[in-house]
Design a protein around this ligand. Structure first.
Ligand code: HEM
Length: 491
C-alpha cells in the first residue's frame, strides 16, 4: 500500500475507465493525461493499464529498462491467431525471439536481401503507376486506400512468398491473402469481454472463439499450401538458388534454416506460419496508410507539394533523362524524406507501442507490477508542444532546419517504428517503399480530389478512422492527371 501507483481519474465499478476511452483511445488518453500527468493508470474493465505520454518516460522504458520491457502483451485473439505466440512479433523475449531477430537482421530483412529484391519493388511501383495513368487518362477517380494496399501487399507478398496480387496465376491466392489479413487484423482489434472482465473469462458471449477458429483455419490452409509448394520447389531443385546468399524469397530462406540440422534453434511449422503472418499483416497496411496520409497532407499544403516536385524534377533532369524517380534517388531527396517523417509524426500508423515488464519495476517514480500492460502513446508524443514547435502544423521543413530527428528509435520524440531491440525490423523496407511510392506519385501526377475535398476550407478531410492501424476515416479518392508528357513508357 506504500507503493506509488500512477494517477488517474476515479474508475467505475466493473467497466473501470472504458466510458472515458471512446471513440479513439490515443486521443482520450492524451486528454486525460493533460489533467493527470504524463504517466497514468486506467482500468480497462478489471485490468489496469499504464499509459505514457512523454518522450522522457518513453526513453526510461525503452532504453533504461529495455530488457525488462522486452515483452509484448497480447490478448486472446492474438494468442490464438499467432499459434500461441509462436510468431516473432508476439514471441516472449527469449532464445527463439533472439534467434529470429538475428535472422531478420542478418538475412531476412537486411540490406542485402532488400537490395536483392529491389527489382520486385520497382516492378510493383511501375504497375501501380500504370494503373493510375489509365484512370487519370479516363478522368476517373482512384480509391488510393485500395490501390496503395494492393501495392504494398503485392510487394511484401512477392518478397515473402513470390506471389503477386496482379499475377494472373496467383490472383485468387493474393486476393485471399488480403482478405485473410483484413479479417485477422479486424478480429485482433475487437473489444473482447474475456480479456477485460474477470467474470467473463472462459465464456465466449460474443462468439469470438468460433470466428477465431474460422479465420485461423482459413489462414492455415492458405499458408500450408504456400509452404508445401515452396518445399516441393526446393526438393525438385526448381528454386533459383538454395544457398545462403541466393534464396528466392524470405520463405525460401527461412525453410533452408528450418531444414538445417546444425541450426542452434529448431524452427517449427507454426513459427514459419507465424512469421509469414507477421510480415503480411505488419508490413502492408502500415506502409499504405503512411503514403495515403502523406499525399492528403500535400494536397492540403500545395506549397510543400510544389517544393517536393521541384526537388524531384531537378534531380531527375540533372541526370539528363526524362525518367521516373527511383529507390536509389531517395538519398538525394531530403525534402521527400522530411515529408515522410512529418507524416509519421502526425499520423503514426501504430499509435501505441505496447510492452509489458517481466518483473516489478519503478518508472518515473511509480511502481509498475510485472506483466502490467504498458502503452506508449506515440501519437500524443508526436504532437506534444514540449517536443515540437507548432505541433499540429504540417511542416516538413522542421526536419531540415535544426530539428533533425530520425525515425529509427534513437529520438524518443518521434517513435513511429518503436525503439530498441523490439523496434520494427521492417523499418528500412517500409521507408524504401513509402519514399519511392510517394516520390513517383508527386513526380508523375497532378492530384485532383474527387468532390473537391470535404475538409475545413475545401481541403481534404483529415479525420482518423477507428481501426487498430491509424487509417483515414474516409479513403482518399483522387483523379491522377498525368503531368509528365510524354508519360514515360512503363512496359
Ligand atoms: C510504415 C510502416 C511500419 C510501421 C509504422 C511499423 C511500426 C511498428 C511498430 C511501432 C512496432 C513495435 C515496435 C516496438 O515495440 O518498439 C513494429 C514491430 C514490428 N514490425 Fe513494423 N512497422 C511498419 C512496417 C513493417 C514492415 C514492412 C514489416 C515487415 C515486412 C514489419 C514487421 C514488424 C515486426 C515483425 C514487428 C515485431 C518486432 C518484434 O516484436 O521484435 N513492420 N512495427
Amino acid at each position: 500500500s506504500k507503493l506509488r501507483i500512477p494517477p488517474g481519474p476515479l474508475a467505475l465499478p466493473i467497466i473501470g475507465h472504458f466510458h472515458l476511452l471512446q471513440p479513439s483511445l490515443h486521443k482520450a488518453v492524451q486528454k486525460i493525461s493533460n489533467h493527470y500527468g504524463p504517466i497514468i493508470q486506467l482500468y480497462l474493465g478489471s485490468n489496469p493499464g499504464v499509459f505514457v505520454v512523454s518522450a522522457e518516460i518513453a526513453k526510461e522504458i525503452l532504453k533504461t529498462h529495455e530488457i525488462c520491457f522486452a515483452n509484448r502483451p497480447g490478448n486472446t485473439v492474438i494468442s490464438f491467431l499467432t499459434y500461441g505466440k509462436s510468431d516473432f512479433a508476439f514471441a516472449p523475449y527469449g532464445t527463439f525471439w533472439k534467434f529470429m531477430k538475428k535472422l531478420c537482421m542478418s538475412e531476412l530483412l537486411n540490406g542485402r536481401m532488400l537490395d536483392q529484391l529491389s527489382p520486385i519493388r520497382g516492378e510493383e511501383i511501375k504497375r501501380f503507376l500504370e494503373t493510375l495513368r489509365k484512370k487519370g487518362e479516363a478522368n476517373e477517380g482512384v480509391n488510393l486506400a485500395d490501390e496503395l494496399l494492393k501495392l504494398t501487399n503485392s510487394t511484401v507478398m512477392r518478397m515473402a512468398i513470390s506471389k503477386s496480387c496482379f499475377d494472373s496465376h496467383h490472383h485468387d491466392e493474393a486476393d485471399k491473402v488480403i482478405q485473410r489479413v483484413k479479417e485477422s487484423s479486424m478480429l485482433s482489434a475487437k473489444f473482447n469481454l474475456q480479456d477485460h472482465f474477470w467474470f467473463c473469462k472462459g465464456f465466449d458471449f460474443q462468439g469470438f472463439g468460433k470466428r477465431m477458429k474460422e479465420v485461423r483455419g482459413k489462414f492455415d490452409v492458405m499458408l500450408e499450401g504456400i509452404i508445401r509448394e515452396h518445399e516441393e520447389d526446393r526438393r525438385s531443385q526448381k528454386s533459383t538458388a538454395n544457398n545462403n546468399h541466393g534464396a528466392k524469397d524470405v520463405l525460401d530462406a527461412i525453410l533452408r534454416i528450418s531444414e538445417d540440422p546444425s541450426s542452434e534453434v529448431k524452427i517449427t511449422r507454426d513459427n514459419i506460419k507465424g512469421f509469414l503472418m507477421d510480415m503480411l499483416s505488419g508490413g502492408t497496411d502500415t506502409t499504405a496508410v503512411t503514403v495515403e496520409w502523406a499525399l492528403a497532407e500535400l494536397i492540403n499544403h500545395p506549397t510543400a507539394m510544389e517544393k517536393a516536385r521541384k526537388e524531384i524534377d531537378s534531380l531527375v533532369t540533372s541526370s539528363g533523362k526524362h525518367r521516373i524517380v527511383m529507390e536509389s534517388d531517395i538519398q538525394k531527396l531530403p525534402y521527400i524524406q522530411a515529408i515522410v517523417k512529418e507524416t509519421l509524426r502526425l499520423h503514426p500508423p501504430a499509435p501505441f507501442i505496447m510492452r509489458a515488464p517481466s518483473e516489478n519495476c519503478t518508472i518515473a517514480g511509480f511502481h509498475i507490477p510485472a506483466r502490467t500492460k504498458v502503452f506508449i502513446n506515440v501519437w500524443a508524443i508526436g504532437r506534444d508542444p514540449k517536443n515540437w514547435d507548432d505541433p499540429l502544423e504540417f511542416k516538413p521543413e522542421r526536419f531540415l532546419l535544426g530539428q533533425g530527428f530520425e525515425v529509427r528509435g534513437q529520438h524518443y520524440q518521434l517513435l513511429p517504428f518503436g525503439s530498441g531491440r523490439r523496434g520494427c525490423p521492417g523499418t528500412s523496407l517500409a521507408l524504401n517503399v513509402a519514399h519511392t511510392c510517394l516520390a513517383t506519385m508527386i513526380q508523375c501526377f497532378e492530384w485532383k480530389v474527387v468532390g473537391d475535398g470535404d475538409g475545413v476550407g475545401g481541403g481534404v478531410d483529415m479525420e482518423e478512422g477507428p481501426s487498430f492501424i491509424l487509417s483515414r476515416a474516409k479513403p482518399l479518392i483522387c483523379v491522377p492527371k498525368p503531368r509528365l508528357m510524354p508519360f514515360p513508357s512503363l512496359s
